[in-house]
Design a protein around this ligand. Structure first.
Ligand code: F0G
Length: 449
């Protein structure tokens, strides 16, 4: 295209007002929320970048699908359309719908893990780690070394450390029931996994007889990065790339709230008939009958359409460009971020942003709170509060909901971050006053030091 500006590839048919708040009001709201942004009512938030999960805008075609949804308890044609869409991309034999990603994780780990086993990943996300630990398994992160250096530019910082995986599989024979690859690597900065890395991991898994599962939440963004950055991939479609990647595995878990472009939903896939039967039995017990699994027929339709839309090149080009736009401008101003830009979010490096705070003083939480006070922006800490001792980094993630905010929202966000950066020396650390036994970040109560 001849023009430099990448525009939003949609026009807006339905709008949702944003509620303004004054700085004094925000200080009061934050105190009432015990300095935990999860505890804020969303009406008190101006730009809600807490998550890209379930917060996107659906298309007219998805809303049309919502009306077409068939709500039969068993054998709904909406399930057939959902299954066909999933199989067209992922290619696995069994497709098991769940109400969201973590339900797929819980079912998978319930049937595959027993206490004492080890499940490696490039980096497990919080719910995946918690579900594994709940099943008595050890969740082991094996990212490539460059993933731990936020400012270091490399094309595939989401990759798994293949040498360490091999050592693990050799040393712990019989103790690793599955290997997981998270695409893109959310906790590691939304960084992609290359096809080459997935091939090597897959080969090792085959050699040691261990199944490989993808945590596929952001598969379309990952495929786009492969197209842009991996040798020999530029002429392929994101769909072809995704299909090749999933052929390397035995199944996947998926949260359709991300690259399914839906507000709710997920699924679990496997090629293993015996496992699928056990998974479906568990599904019936806690989620629902296998042709809806915790979702309404209309949700299945929205996901079937959304999966295709997520692979649209015009959409992916715009999405990745708008995130890179923010990251590039922050870099020019000297603000430390994870580089290069990730697929679904901007990640501020809170340890480098607030070098006067130790990880125990929760720099990510302190920074996230300041972004809220400054401009009403809600983000999430991915660091010591979320992962305790397992935290490798302290990041603040500004997740961009799909098709929801515009370029001027991104410019506003930049102004807010730069205003906080200008007064960073004065930002104090945080202290935890209450914490739950697992996934403590959701409900913790805190206070400034
Ligand atoms: N795996 C990854 C990589 C995720 O990012 C998430 C959710 C899940 C699994 C679980 O899916 O929410 O549908 O149960 N991540 C959201 C986030 C919550 O904000 O990144 P879910």
């Amino acid at each position: 295209m001849a023009f430099r500006t990448i525009i939003e590839p949609f026009r807006i048919k339905s709008v949702e007002p944003i509620r303004w708040t004054a700085p004094e009001e925000r200080a009061q709201y934050l105190r009432a929320a015990h300095y935990n942004l999860f505890l804020l009512p969303s009406e008190q938030v101006l730009l809600d970048l807490l998550t890209d999960s379930g917060t996107g805008a659906m298309s007219t075609a998805q809303w049309a699908g919502i009306m077409r949804g068939d709500e039969s308890y068993a054998g709904s044609p909406s399930f057939d359309r959902f299954k066909a869409a999933v199989q067209g991309i992922f290619g696995y034999k069994h497709v098991i719908p769940t109400h969201q990603g973590r339900a797929a994780e819980r079912i998978l780990f319930s049937v595959m893990c027993k206490p004492g086993v080890i499940v490696p990943s490039n980096t497990h996300f919080d719910t995946t780690r918690a579900n594994l630990e709940f099943a008595g398994a050890e969740a082991l992160d094996l990212p490539v070394p460059e993933a731990r250096q936020p400012g270091f530019e490399a094309p595939f910082k989401g990759n798994m450390d293949v040498a360490r995986l091999q050592q693990l599989l050799e040393r712990e024979r019989g103790k690793v029931p599955l290997v997981m690859l998270t695409v893109t690597n959310n906790s590691g900065g939304g960084q992609p996994v290359s096809l080459e890395n997935a091939r090597q991991v897959s080969e090792l898994c085959r050699r040691y007889g261990v199944p490989l599962y993808f945590d596929a939440c952001r598969f379309a963004e990952n495929a786009w990065f492969i197209k842009l950055r991996e040798a020999g991939q530029a002429d392929r479609t994101p769909r072809e790339i995704a299909r090749e990647m999933f052929r390397l595995g035995d199944g996947c878990t998926m949260s359709a709230k991300k690259d399914g472009m839906a507000n709710i939903g997920g699924f679990l896939c496997t090629n293993d008939d015996v496992l699928a039967q056990r998974e479906k039995n568990l599904l019936i017990l806690t989620e629902g009958y296998p042709t809806y699994g915790g979702l309404a027929g209309r949700d299945l339709e929205a996901i079937a359409v959304g999966l295709e839309e997520a692979l649209d090149e015009g959409y992916l080009r715009y999405r990745i460009a708008s995130i890179a736009y923010v990251v590039d401008r922050l870099a020019q101003a000297g603000v430390p971020t994870v580089r290069p830009a990730g697929g679904h979010a901007i990640y501020l490096d809170a340890r480098a942003f607030l070098p006067h705070l130790t990880p125990a003083q929760l720099p990510g939480v302190a920074l996230a709170n300041e972004l809220y006070l400054e401009g009403g922006v809600r983000s999430v800490e991915i660091g010591t509060l979320m992962f305790a001792a397992a935290a490798q980094l302290d990041l603040v993630r500004l997740a961009i909901p799909r098709r929801t905010y515009t370029q001027s929202h991104m410019d506003y966000l930049l102004e807010v971050i730069l205003a906080v950066f200008a007064r960073r020396d004065k930002i104090r650390g945080m202290v935890i006053e209450y914490e739950a036994p697992f996934l403590r970040h959701f409900t913790a109560r805190l206070r400034p030091e």
